[in-house]
Design a protein. Structure first.
Length: 249
């Protein structure tokens, strides 16, 4: 096993949870981008998906997408459910065992012992029911964050409606004492006024922005490009939003 490189205090290491303001905001592609940038920076990276739903559709799983685009050292899915529902609901419909919070925590912490960065991708938004506690009470991705004491990356839309959803998610995390930052999951090739207005509001929270269509890139191009979409906190090289905006525009 290769030795770990010295940690930069600006960077996020250890366990990082990836959630979204909603479904289909780009969590999986964002997770792949962070994994690719971190590996390019010399880190050992694991990506975990606690609950994969919708396997009945036949589409690539999130783990398969991340593996194709970024090729992290470790990629694991802890449970799979056929129906495209929230993990707890999907488990109930399929009559399969639901995710148990402390079992998930134990797996994540075990991977953190072997890797510099462990990215844990959620399902839907922050308060989607993920599974059950031993008491029978449902737990959410927010509960996972507080139990682990982990940083959270919130993937948001770039267009209309994102400010409210992003603010609600950040407030929910802040009230739980969880440190969080935001990344735009898909910046359009031809942004409108609303995109630029949202960007100006979100910049204080932003640690990256992915171009729309990044997930369809050739994996080699994706891995080489990923550091340019992310700030040093996420092991990238984007360090000036004014310059980025001029180039994006």
């Amino acid at each position: 096993m290769a030795p770990r490189r010295p940690a930069d205090p600006r960077e996020w290491h250890g366990i990082v949870l990836v959630t979204g303001t909603d479904t289909e905001v780009g969590k999986t592609i964002t997770t792949a981008a962070v994994a690719a940038a971190a590996q390019a920076a010399g880190l050992r990276v694991a990506v975990l998906k606690p609950g994969q739903t919708g396997t009945v559709t036949g589409a690539l799983t999130d783990a398969e997408v991340v593996t194709r685009l970024a090729g992290p050292d470790t990629v694991r899915t802890l449970a799979e459910y056929p129906e495209p529902l929230a993990p707890l609901a999907a488990a109930k419909v399929a009559e399969l065992p639901p995710l148990e919070l402390h079992e998930v925590v134990d797996v994540i912490r075990a991977e953190a012992e072997k890797h510099d960065l462990v990215l844990v991708e959620g399902a839907g938004g922050l308060l989607v029911p993920m599974g059950l506690r031993p008491s029978g009470e449902a737990w959410t991705f927010a509960d996972l964050a507080t139990t682990l004491g982990a940083n959270v990356l919130v993937v948001a839309r770039a267009g209309r409606g994102t400010l409210n959803h992003t603010a609600l998610t950040l407030e929910a995390l802040s009230r739980r004492g969880v440190r969080a930052k935001v990344i735009l999951g898909a910046w359009p090739a031809e942004p409108d006024l609303v995109h630029w207005a949202n960007l100006s509001e979100l910049v204080p929270h932003l640690v990256g922005a992915l171009p729309a269509g990044a997930g369809s890139m050739d994996p080699g191009v994706f891995r080489r490009s990923a550091p340019g979409w992310l700030t040093p906190a996420l092991h990238g090289v984007l360090d000036n939003w004014r310059v980025w905006a001029e180039e994006a525009g």
